[in-house]
Design a protein around this ligand. Structure first.
Ligand code: ATP
Ligand code: MG
Length: 669
């Protein structure tokens, strides 16, 4: 049998039709677990077998993790000759690559910095301080979220200002403008800018677009339902010259409308690509029928959707269970006990289990309980890793080593760990830098400025500069990332800083673990990129999924229970799923309660995503009480539980009640 035939034999007729479509626009619109991602992978393999060079293909997925898995699967399907690989990445990693090639055309240095959330907040705070009104009543985190929402809609400051309906939004748009200016002056972009700037690049420089589009003959996108407007326009432009554009998605799993993702993109596909072939997949290969029955019942409550029902190719299985617990501690104990029992009786391995939750606040009791009983676990979808102080400190050093003009990085570490450079010195440094409009790094090395310092401080500043120079030298001479980072940790005596700032031994251990996590990430990078340098490493970290914050190449370990958010679990599957915290206020989340039906529909899709992750066993649970803001309060089972159980009346009553409570909370605020 030819290789191509063998590939096709592993597909059902509808999938085969998609995989055998070798040219032109193609949309695969289908429910969860029907093999959409499989179609993308097999189609790439089939294209290669039919002569498309691998490097002429671009595949975009939603997370780096998913991208890694797709490439691994592809390599299992066919042998890629030489080192020729398709480009498989996320929108952000794709845009970053493009911008690294062309940033100077937009007035940015080629080595522009990428600001993470912490850097963003720092810039916003400084802008607020500069405002005459002191930015009354604005919280930096709220502004960061608002800017992100604007950017997800593709709005630049002047467009945001034009759309502002009230004074407050108008002021926010003004702050947005200043924020963008500050970033530009610093030669930096934030995460969302990667998309916006790429779009601008394509608009202002058609020849660049032409050049970038010419790199590929095929463009494929997974999870198409969650592309936001800039992403949608970027990918459409890249695919336009050849029209070989394959998108796969499921409108029922759109869970990022808060980021500006629009289900309409899927629905608009036919208009954009009139000759498009549309394939629907019906059979679900992931879950047993009772699990799908539950998923079907829940999602049917969303009115604005293409009606479709999931049908299991796997047949019957145990019914999903719904369990009530007294509170979150008991929920954690009960859940972990079931996992432990399955592991002890060798029914399943720890890694077959996933605990799905809506928010990171739900994590703590599960972690504590798993530790207590001695089960290994891995937390996926917690934003915490790259937001941790230790990780940000060390990364700031590396950014500084890469680009000494990065003022934000410099100011973060100039006295961390403490080296006797006080606030006064820093202020003088800043004032001087502003006055002379020179980067802080230059001022710092200016003998005239240094001369004004006390000998002790002078010494400290010089040692700091020397340390950075030395690491720079090491990085330039092609040093790998792991040794570089180790060197940095040793030279700054970072472990002592950890001891100094930790209040308990437990805290110190956690911080140490985070440092080790970063070292692991560096080692993994060295293994994968024999020719990679510091810039590539920082780029990779910058676009690493916030949702998959552990080391890049970490496989889900068979010996580790997976703790994962619903958002992070998209596209994944697990034999045994514990979907916890199904309570009003958590799922649907309290933010959505005040926002009305559209928001509730999105929470319902999230619930649907959760249910459809399960292959064999599904347990849903809720607590009668939950501690929130330090107070134990009664909680109500989620309306989705009633919907799942087919009790529409009860679901409606719960929804009404919750709506009233939310309204009361609003007015009392
Ligand atoms: P999601 O909507 O959750 O992203 P999906 O539509 O992308 O799901 P896949 O992850 O591609 O679905 O497939 C779900 C599972 O079904 C996988 O384990 C996959 O290997 C398996 N599968 C898909 N198609 C077939 C098939 N024709 N024969 C056997 N197994 C299949
Ligand atoms: Mg998928």
């Amino acid at each position: 049998m030819s290789q191509s035939k063998r590939l096709l034999a592993e597909l059902n007729p509808a999938q085969r039709q998609a995989v055998e479509t070798l040219a032109g626009p193609l949309l695969v619109l289908a429910g969860a677990g029907t093999g959409k991602t499989r179609v993308v992978t097999y189609r790439m393999a089939n294209l290669i077998l039919h002569g498309t060079p691998p490097q002429r293909m671009l595949a975009v997925t939603f997370t780096r993790k998913a991208a890694g898995e797709m490439l691994a699967r592809l390599k299992r399907l066919i042998r890629l000759r030489g080192n020729r690989c398709p480009t498989v990445g996320t929108f952000h990693s794709l845009c970053l690559e493009i911008l690294r090639r062309h940033a100077p055309r937009l007035g940015f240095p080629r080595g522009f910095a990428i600001y993470d959330r912490g850097d963003q907040l720092g810039v916003i705070r400084s802008v607020l301080r500069e405002l005459a009104t002191g930015g009354v009543g604005f919280r930096p985190a709220d502004l960061a979220a608002l800017f992100s929402t604007w950017k997800a809609q593709g709005l630049w400051p002047h467009q945001a200002a034009a759309k502002a309906l009230d004074d407050r939004t108008h002021v926010a748009a003004m702050i947005y403008r200043r924020y963008q200016n500050t970033l530009r002056l610093a030669g930096a972009m934030d995460f969302d800018d990667l998309l916006l700037m790429t779009e601008r690049l394509f608009e202002e420089h058609p020849q660049v677009l032409e050049e970038e589009a010419a790199r590929f003959d095929h463009v494929l996108v997974d999870e198409y339902q969650d592309t936001n407007p800039p992403q949608y326009r970027i990918i459409r432009r890249l695919a336009a010259p050849h029209g070989n554009f394959c998108a796969v998605g499921d409108d029922d799993q759109s869970i990022y409308s808060w980021r500006g993702a629009e289900v309409e993109h899927i629905l608009r596909f036919r208009r954009d690509w009139p000759q498009a072939r549309i394939v629907r997949l019906e059979e679900n290969y992931r879950s047993t029928q009772p699990i799908l029955d539950m998923a079907n019942r829940v999602i049917a409550f969303n009115l604005a959707r293409h009606p479709k029902k999931l049908r299991s190719a796997r047949g019957p299985g145990p019914k999903p269970r719904i369990v009530a617990y007294e509170d979150e501690e008991e929920e954690a104990r009960g859940t972990v006990a079931q996992i432990q029992a399955a592991v002890r009786s060798r029914q399943a391995r720890p890694g077959d289990h996933a605990v799905l939750f809506r928010t990171n606040d739900q994590l703590r009791p599960f972690e504590a309980e798993l530790r207590r009983v001695g089960l290994d676990y891995t937390v996926v979808g917690s934003t915490s890793f790259f937001d941790r102080k230790e990780v940000r400190d060390l990364l700031a050093y590396l950014k500084l080593v890469q680009r000494p003009e990065d003022d934000v990085a410099l100011l973060r570490v100039i006295n961390t760990p403490g080296r006797g450079i006080g606030q006064q010195t820093v202020e003088s440094l800043l004032a001087c830098s502003v006055r002379q409009s020179r980067p802080v790094w230059r001022v710092l090395n200016d003998p005239q400025w240094l001369g004004g310092l006390s000998p002790r401080v002078q010494q400290a500043v010089k040692e700091f500069a020397a340390l950075v120079e030395q690491l720079r030298h090491q990085a330039r001479s092609g040093c790998e990332m792991h040794p570089l980072l180790e060197q940095l940790i040793r030279q700054t005596d970072y472990p002592r800083e950890i001891q100094r700032i930790s209040k308990t031994q437990d805290e110190a251990r956690q911080r140490q673990q985070a440092v080790e996590g970063l070292l692991e990430t560096a080692a993994a990078f060295d293994r994968e990129h024999t020719a990679g340098g510091l810039r590539e490493f920082l780029d990779q970290v910058a676009v690493a999924d916030r949702a998959f914050a552990t080391a890049e190449n970490e496989r889900f370990d068979a010996d580790k229970v997976v703790l994962i958010t619903l958002h992070g679990a998209k596209g994944l599957e697990f034999p045994r799923v514990f979907f916890v915290g199904l309570e009003e206020g958590l799922l649907p989340h309290r933010h959505s309660l005040a926002e009305g039906d559209r928001a509730i529909d999105e929470e319902r899709r999230l619930c649907y995503v959760g249910i459809t992750r399960a292959q064999d066993v599904l347990v849903l649970s809720y607590c009668r009480h939950r501690t929130r803001r330090g107070r134990r309060r009664p909680s109500t089972p989620s309306r989705f539980l009633y919907e799942a159980a087919g009790q529409a009346d009860m679901a409606r009553q719960v929804a009404q009640l919750a709506g009233q409570v939310a309204a009361r909370e609003q007015t009392s605020r």
